[in-house]
Design a protein. Structure first.
Length: 130
């Protein structure tokens, strides 16, 4: 019985690791990583969020789920803090928190502010894959 439990646990671990290999990269803003992703022609999401923002709080679990979607496995997802990273916020021309910007390499392919519909957010992220 112990052997079956061990093998079941080992299989579950392998499946979780394999599933993680297909997840999008989520990280805080990193200028060098952003430039590298652009140069490599990767799909990129910039999420401009604020910790006090209720709309941002609704977007966060949606983006976390989409990060697990195999269709977005190559997407680089970065979060910019609306309050403390004003220079970056301004460089993207963002005027309010809860703004999502997608790029395919160096080309901006879409932008949305205040969106909390999972289907619409998924459609926005899909624009970065083309």
């Amino acid at each position: 019985m112990r052997r079956i439990t061990f093998l079941t646990g080992a299989l579950a671990t392998v499946l979780l690791v394999a599933a993680g290999a297909h997840a999008a990269t989520q990280q805080a803003w990193d200028k060098a990583a952003f430039a590298a992703a652009q140069a490599a022609g990767k799909p990129i999401l910039i999420a401009v969020h604020a910790p006090w923002c209720p709309t941002c709080a609704k977007q966060t679990p949606i983006l976390s789920e989409l990060a697990k979607d195999p269709g977005f496995k190559d997407m680089v997802m970065m979060t910019v803090d609306f309050d403390s990273q004003k220079d970056i916020v301004n460089s993207f021309g963002v005027r309010t928190q809860s703004t999502l910007i997608v790029f395919h390499g160096k080309t901006e392919t879409g932008r949305s502010t205040g969106e909390t519909d999972a289907g619409k957010i998924k459609a926005l992220l899909s624009k970065a894959n083309s």
